[in-house]
Design a binder for this molecule. Structure first.
Ligand code: C2E
Ligand code: MG
Ligand code: MG
Length: 685
């Protein structure tokens, strides 16, 4: 009995022993602890069923009846404990038999399962929540067991799957999509089954023709939960971003960064055969400035299209910015040059953009590894130098990099430096070239032409140093000096002789040009009507609104404005509408064709007529023969300038033109120049 008692007391549960009438005989220690001594005393001897709240009594009595009949019984219920808190009980009621098998007592074990119940409720609530999420998530969810049999599909998955197959819950996934058995899709899920690892990947769903992002997680029973969603759009956006990062948005060609990579890879693969071609459009800036950026953009796209057709493989071609394109070529020097030639040739036929017919042209600089340039940087630099050469040679051409070009660049660099001190060292002077008035046969004007006598290089041509002066900005102080000197010297000549001064487009960049001209006039005392400013089309091309204001301000001073080198630039005719020029100076390239090309003659005639119609003085430059002079006179031109009339000279002009053979030199300081002779006498003009 003591033994039985110790078992009763040792149990962690609430143990009650009943007699066969269902009365409480004894309570285990745990039961005693839970009930107060007082209550315990009252319970012992009473019907166990009566200790329960009324609602449970029937169940309790039934359990006792079962036990008495020899079968155990189990039930659960909730009832308030001593302090009134709901307690969940799991109760087993079993018969106790003696050695003969006769039922002598009934053993009731009541276990407080409140905590387990609470947890179960929580788990259920969480499950319900998860189920709700799964049902409503926009992701598709499929749960499969270890044999890939579908155990759950959320509504989205059902709709999605339903579009391409008849897969249902209970069926094996691979049976519905057998084609994936030949892909690596099954292998991708392996880590989930084999090692319980989550996996994430993207795959192309052939039947639906979309990209899916798939997350698969192991679930308890060796199966897995598969979440998937359509990421086709996201992938497209991602690809677009990647494309944008590597390509020029305007033309779709590679950008500089990716071009560098392509070039680096080509160099890594080795080979003397690698060449870089840099292509720059001739006249693009002019198109952009005059026709507007939309036309410029469309033109660049059209250029890219033609180049791509010529290059064939777009993966080696880039737009580096502006109108500069680059190609990596693999091949010997002959094939590289021929290739470059094809590139310039394909851009020669006119482009038609928005009804505009545009003639471009391109220059190409070519540099090869074989010539000793091994890094991307070196190749780029060399190709750039070659390109510079191609442009300097007039454009529309291909130049292969040579070491000599570096030497030329060094010389340029040197000359730039030297030019910086030329004014101070008084190495500059002006030469004057007469402009013959064809009606009167007299010289009414001279053009001031800048000369540079370098101490070691000798006389440097303005064609060579004016561009350097423009690049460095030195043209501004030098131009000021030319203006002041020409005005001052002109005051020493007869009053009906004007002086023409060339003004660079760079000088137009600052607002002060009109002020400087006014100051030069005021300081020298030269009448404004005796000063003529020669500008080229480039002044009208760039920042034309600003330049136009300056032109009007200059004209307002009373000076005359001449359009120089007419016919050499871009679309000359349109400029004549922009500003009322006083004079049109036809470039000498046309005059040299007189007597040789009827086309050129037709152009000269037309230009002359147009100039006259617009009330401009018409001046032809580069007159070198008597025949040319006669032709111009016969065709109504008003002025002639050229070696036949007179070379540029320190002596402003030969007064023999003016005074029927009487030689009368002006008294200016430069009048008795060192190196130039006076102009020839042209009595017959
Ligand atoms: P430009 O204003 O068109 O000047 C005429 C050029 O043609 C001068 O060249 C002159 O020497 C040359 N020339 C004149 N007659 C003949 C001829 O019959 N045959 C040939 N073949 N050439 C002839 P130059 O002096 O070498 O000047 C070249 C250019 O440099 C000028 O062209 C002008 O654009 C520029 N330039 C000269 N002086 C200045 C200046 O002070 N300032 C600016 N900004 N540019 C200047
Ligand atoms: Mg000129
Ligand atoms: Mg000229």
């Amino acid at each position: 009995m003591a033994f039985a008692r110790s078992i009763l007391d040792g149990s962690p549960d609430f143990v009650t022993v009943l007699d066969l009438d269902g009365r409480v005989r004894s309570l285990g220690r745990k039961a005693m602890e839970r009930l107060s001594q007082d209550v315990a005393n009252r319970i012992v001897g009473r019907s166990w069923a009566d200790t329960w709240p009324k609602a449970h009594r029937a169940a309790v009595k039934q359990a006792v009846a079962h036990a008495r009949a020899g079968t155990g019984h189990r039930f659960s219920c909730i009832c308030p404990d001593r302090v009134g808190a709901d307690t969940s009980w799991d109760i087993t009621v079993d018969p106790v038999r003696d050695a003969d098998g006769t039922i002598t007592h009934i053993l009731v074990i009541s276990r407080d399962v409140s905590e387990q119940e609470r947890m179960r409720r929580e788990v259920n609530a969480a499950r319900a929540q998860v189920a709700e999420v799964l049902e409503s998530t926009t992701d598709c969810v499929i749960v499969v067991d270890r044999d890939s049999r579908v155990t759950y599909m959320n509504p989205h998955a059902r709709t999605f799957v339903g579009r391409t197959s008849a897969l249902k819950v209970g069926e094996v996934f691979w049976d519905a999509y057998p084609e994936y058995l030949t892909t690596d899709l099954k292998r991708r899920f392996e880590p989930v089954h084999a090692r319980g690892e989550a996996v994430k990947f993207e795959m192309f769903a052939q039947r639906a023709d979309i990209w899916l992002e798939i997350h698969a997680f192991p679930n308890g029973s060796d199966g897995m939960s598969i979440f998937f969603r359509d990421v086709t759009e996201a992938r497209r956006a991602r690809e677009e971003i990647v494309h944008l990062a590597h390509h020029d948005p305007l033309t779709g060609l590679l950008n500089r960064t990716s071009f560098n990579k392509v070039l680096e890879e080509a160099l890594e693969r080795g080979g003397e055969e690698v060449a870089v071609l840099l292509l720059d459009l001739d006249l693009f800036k002019e198109v952009n400035d005059t026709m507007g950026h939309p036309v410029g953009d469309a033109l660049l796209r059209a250029v890219a299209r033609r180049l791509r057709e010529t290059v064939g493989d777009g993966s080696r071609m880039a737009r580096l910015g502006g109108d500069e394109f680059a190609v990596v070529h693999i091949g010997d020097v002959g094939s590289a040059s021929a290739f470059a030639g094809r590139m310039t040739a394909c851009l020669r036929p006119p482009f038609e953009i928005d009804g505009n017919v545009i003639h471009l042209g391109a220059s190409v600089g070519l540099a090869r590894v074989a010539d000793g340039r091994r890094s991307t940087d070196e190749l780029f630099k060399a190709a750039d130098i070659a390109l510079y050469r191609a442009k300097a040679d007039g454009g529309g051409t291909v130049r292969l990099f040579e070491d000599g070009m570096l030497e030329r660049i060094r010389v340029r660099q040197f000359m730039k430096q030297e030019l910086g001190g030329a004014l101070e060292r008084e190495e500059l002077h002006l030469a004057y070239q007469p402009l013959l008035d064809l009606r009167s046969g007299t010289v009414r004007a001279v053009e001031a032409l800048l000369r540079w006598d370098h101490p070691t290089k000798g006389s440097v041509s303005p064609a060579e140093f004016i561009p350097l002066a423009e690049e460095t900005g030195l043209i501004v102080p030098i131009g000021d000096w030319v203006l002041q000197t020409a005005c001052r010297q002109a005051t020493e000549w007869p009053e009906d002789v004007s002086v023409a001064v060339n003004v660079s487009a760079v000088q137009f960049r600052c607002n002060s040009l009109p002020l400087k001209v006014a100051a030069a006039l005021a300081r020298s005392g030269l009448a404004p009507a005796r000063l003529e400013l020669e500008i080229t089309e480039s002044v009208l091309l760039h920042e034309s609104e600003h330049n136009m204001r300056i032109l009007h301000a200059l004209k307002g001073l009373g000076v005359r404005i001449a359009l120089d080198d007419f016919g050499t630039g871009f679309s000359s005719l349109s400029y004549l509408r922009l500003f009322p020029f006083d004079k049109l100076k036809l470039d000498r390239c046309f005059v040299s064709d007189i007597g040789r090309s009827s086309q050129s003659e037709a152009i000269i005639r037309a230009a002359g007529e147009m100039g006259r119609a617009l009330s401009m003085v018409t001046t032809a430059e580069g007159v070198e023969t008597a025949d040319q002079l006669a032709w111009l006179k016969a065709n109504g031109w008003s002025q002639a300038q050229g070696y036949f009339v007179g070379r540029p000279s320190r002596l402003p002009f030969d007064l023999a033109y003016r005074k029927g053979g009487q030689t009368e030199l002006p008294s200016g300081s430069d009048a008795r120049g060192k190196e130039q002779k006076t102009a020839p006498i042209l009595g017959q003009a």
